[in-house]
Design a protein around this ligand. Structure first.
Ligand SMILES: N[C@@H](CCC(=O)N[C@@H](CS)C(=O)NCC(=O)O)C(=O)O
Length: 207
């Protein structure tokens, strides 16, 4: 299978970290999501990355859907999304909340890239508010040295790890001071090979 994506996209990174954690082989095809080639748009009319072209079947887009599909290919005991039941809903809930932090950071980044006079302080503050509330929620919840939901890693841990490092990558101020337990929780995660091998080019991790 082939993953179309950019090396700086946190949505693509979610999928690449999943593929790394599960030791799944894939081909990576770099795409500039903001200047997509017509051949990419033919495969992916939405024009966003990631897109997974499967060996058989239609291409899949949306990072969470791609992860769910990849997880379905694994034996049940090795899945990172637990079987139906409370643990599954808890995993998907936390995955979605961590995903919300990625969305907020991405929206803030896009706004900050606009020429200063056209930036909206309202948008920037709203996204910072979202990030702050989500950090506070996870700060209360995490126990350093423990996974969020189960005795092993789930997609909730994985997406939260990607979300936190995306805050560093996009210079979101002072999150470690606001959430020291979360920072401690994240330190060993940042050292996992699947995280180390998918760092955006030129980004030096703070952990
Ligand atoms: N909800 C989507 C978001 C994907 C997304 O926004 N990707 C960005 C790259 S970080 C993109 O392709 N942007 C190009 C555009 O908006 O035209 C997912 O989870 O995959």
């Amino acid at each position: 299978m082939k993953l179309f994506g950019s090396e700086t996209s946190p949505y693509v990174r979610k999928v690449r970290v999943y593929l790394g954690e599960t030791g799944t082989n894939y081909e990576f095809s770099a795409v500039d999501a903001w200047k997509p080639a017509p051949s990419f748009l033919e495969i992916a009319p939405v024009g966003k990355v990631p897109v997974l072209v499967r060996d058989q079947g239609e291409p899949l887009h949306e990072s969470d859907l791609i992860i769910e599909y990849l997880d379905s290919l694994r034996p049940e005991a090795k899945r990172l999304i637990p079987a139906p039941g409370e643990r599954r809903w808890q995993t998907l809930r936390l995955q979605a909340l961590a995903g919300g932090m990625i969305d907020a950071t991405a929206t803030r980044t896009v706004e900050l890239r606009k020429p200063a006079p056209t930036q909206s302080a309202v948008v920037i503050d709203r996204e910072l508010g979202r990030i702050g509330r989500l950090l506070a929620l996870f700060e209360k919840m995490v126990e350093p040295g423990h996974w969020l939901v189960a005795s092993g890693m789930t997609t909730a841990d994985l997406v939260l790890g990607v979300a936190l490092q995306y805050l560093d990558f996009r210079h979101t101020p002072e999150w470690r001071k606001a959430a020291p337990r979360l920072a401690a929780w994240f330190t060993p995660m940042a050292r996992r090979p699947a995280f180390m091998s998918t760092l955006p080019p030129g980004f030096v991790p703070l952990d």
